[in-house]
Design a protein. Sequence first.
Length: 241
Amino acid sequence: MNAVNDPIVRLLLGNGSGEIGFWSVLVRILCSALLAAVIGTERSSKRHSAGLRTFMLVSLAGTIAMMADLWLFEMTKSGLFLLSVAAVISTTMIATNSLFISSRNQIKGLTTSAGLLVSCLLGLSLGAGFYTLTAAAAAAMLFCLSALPKLEVALKDHSNHFEVHLELTSSQRLKEFVATIRELGLKIDDIETNPAYINSGLSVYSVAISVTRKELKKFKTHREIIDALATLEYVSHIEEI
């Protein structure tokens, strides 16, 4: 889609709006900040590390880089969009640094990391003048961030595989826990001492479990299975991770 033929471009700036002038620059920057603010607000409302300001700055960096590259292309006809490439690489580095491993041996920040990269690409798209593409992509991104988590939780809760954070009153009770798991129609795929709790005096494990009994697959959710395991006297704490 040529930016000149973009319906939103024609609506906002009229015909002959393919040139990067004062009003087109202003509109692109304002739209970039606004869309990123909406996405950043959604992230901030869920207390993620990268929030409103981070998403706005990443999107603006992409928009400015693309517009500068387009101007340089008009001036030099080089065809090298170096600033846009640098913006994507820098955002990737920032997104990578937002990843961390929690005390329960989980990788956190994947969604936020991916969101930052998409936000940069949205900024690049706006900088190139593709308003309709950017608006559609931003709407799809918001749908993924706000609407799909509930579906993801539902699918996850009815999966035949799940992992739990397990705290036992004593390491000697681990054999009893394994035996109980088997009696319930479950299978342990993997079990390991949680490295975050080594030398702490606590008996803490990360346990990967598969549901093998047909009755459990049909009628029991992970929450119900975990609640049943939590009633064992030697289980100090257990929760899905």
